[in-house]
Design a protein around this ligand. Structure first.
Ligand code: SF4
Length: 492
């Protein structure tokens, strides 16, 4: 790293460090050193309770020094190599263990560039005891562990709380003994086991809920504390990965959240995390408790049918003026098939009430290119958006965001065909043309077709990904592609 670059890097790191509040101290030095890598932006890593939980658990193991690493500290500015840790600026190549947290499959694409810059062979069999031990976990590993099975020494499709400490204790005691590590429930050592373990959540969320022991002002919750209030979802939407990998459903009791608040009296702003927050059996109690304590609520998308007067009152008192709802499609037939019913008349009535109650913006999420989707289904979606947009008055507005259907492993729709490039482009073109004709201030956004196809490929690909990434890493090294911040050349 040149002097100028090093100076810029240190200046960004020190600004980000100044934005952080730490509620637990982690040792940076120890007999075993672990670099915990979030292969995406700093702001996303610091909003991710999986990554933060692994950091907290790793730091709890005596003898371990742990530091964070982000290949991109800010948007549009990935780091050129060599790579240094966030905490002390230690070269990444110096660590005993590199632990990756993959929250979505698209981040797999950071592997060739990172490995190439570190001089690490991508294929596990080609590494030796002088190389660091490579571990990967996170939602994307739970979704598609076989894709990484020839790259990483240890994969963790199971939950961090029941695996990270036993793995590290085992490594500290006996070094890497594949048989002993593979005996830990939820852990996969592909070199000696042909298949990944069955997914089964074992962690008691009431004994130890996931929370942000480091709060960064740059996190996606506007600098709020973050706590997980429910793991899993009681609903059965056919396309949904979250409900499958976080099964069984476990709600954190309101009393546990109250106790956590007592221990964090400075918390005046709290992000509530759950795949389906409004299905928490005590959601009203939690909201009113937060309002009584003067804690601002931050939440993700709402379930319109669960917006009772007390919940609406709490949201308004929290200063929330914008709501996000996910109807997924306007087609009743497709909603039935995906097991996500919606009574359209009641939904529109509720939207009208929400605008009347002072909510200013409604964002709706839709999925395009659903299995069996026909022209009539797209027209039904356009009609639904039009009806919602007509409810908005002069001061309120509506937006619609379209993602593209990607079949995910473990879900009932896992075996269905992903839409191809032609189908995606044709559908997008039609939706854009029709939605552009709608009157008013409707804003519409679409996921990039290339990104959707990349996701679909990485969600399904198997162990052959190692060979593909090894070739890319080779190309990266030969052409110094990582210096141009190009992590992967996979084209879609
Ligand atoms: S899409 Fe939402 S409501 Fe449906 S199962 Fe997934 S988390 Fe639950």
């Amino acid at each position: 790293m040149g002097l100028k670059h090093r100076h810029n890097y240190e200046s960004v790191v020190s600004t980000l460090k100044a934005s952080e509040r730490h509620y637990l101290q982690a040792a940076h030095a120890g007999a075993t050193s672990v670099a915990l890598i979030y292969p995406n932006l700093y702001s996303l890593g610091m909003s991710n309770l999986g990554f933060l939980t692994v950091h907290r658990l790793t730091a709890s193991v005596p003898g371990i020094g742990v530091e964070r690493f982000f290949p991109a500290l800010e948007a549009e500015t990935p780091l050129p190599p060599p790579f240094y840790s966030f905490e002390t600026g230690r070269p990444l190549g110096d660590f005993n263990i590199l632990m990756f947290s993959f929250s979505y499959e698209g981040d797999f694409d950071k592997i060739p560039g990172l490995f190439a810059a570190l001089g690490l062979p991508v294929i596990a069999e080609q590494r030796n005891r002088h190389h660091p031990l490579l571990i990967a976990g996170g939602a994307a590993v739970a979704s598609n562990a076989p894709a990484l099975s020839k790259i990483f020494d240890i994969l963790v499709p199971g939950e961090a709380e029941t695996t990270v400490v036993p793995i590290l204790n085992q490594l500290q005691t006996d070094g890497f003994d594949p048989a002993a590590v593979s005996a830990i429930k939820g852990v996969w050592v592909p070199a000696i086991q042909p298949l990944p373990p069955q997914l089964c959540g074992l962690h008691d969320v009431n004994r130890q809920p996931a929370w942000s022991h480091i709060v960064s002002n740059c996190n996606a919750f506007g600098g709020a504390h973050i706590i997980e209030v429910m793991r899993g979802c009681p609903r059965v939407c056919s396309f949904c990965l979250a409900r499958c990998i976080y099964s069984p459903v476990r709600a954190v009791d309101a009393a546990v959240i109250e106790e956590w608040l007592n221990q964090h009296p400075d918390c005046k702003d709290l992000g509530l995390v759950a795949p389906s927050l409004f299905d928490h059996p005590q959601v009203e109690r939690i909201f009113s408790m937060l309002v009584e304590r003067g804690v601002r609520i931050r939440n993700s998308s709402v379930k319109w049918e669960k917006l009772t007067p007390p919940i609406i009152g709490a949201l308004r008192k929290s200063g929330i003026s914008s709501l996000t709802i996910a109807p997924e499609t306007g087609s009743e037939r497709l909603r039935r098939e995906m097991h996500k019913p919606l009574d359209e008349a009641r939904f529109l009535e509720r939207v009208k009430e929400l605008f009347a109650q002072g909510f200013e913006h409604l964002k709706m999420y839709f999925v395009a290119c659903l299995p069996g989707e026909e022209h009539d289904d797209l027209d039904a979606t356009i009609t639904l958006i039009e009806k919602v947009a007509r409810q908005a008055s002069g001061t309120s507005s509506v937006s619609a965001a379209f993602s593209i259907f990607v079949p995910k492993n473990h879900t009932p729709w896992a075996e269905l065909q992903a839409p191809g490039s032609y189908e995606i482009k044709k559908t997008m073109k039609y939706l854009k043309e029709q939605l552009n004709r709608l009157p008013g201030s409707l804003k519409v956004s679409f996921e990039s077709p290339q990104e959707a196809m990349r996701q679909a490929y990485l969600s399904r690909v198997g162990p052959e990904l190692a060979e593909i990434y090894a070739r890319e890493a080779q190309e990266c090294r030969e052409n110094q592609l990582f210096a141009r911040n190009q992590f992967s050349a996979l084209e879609f």
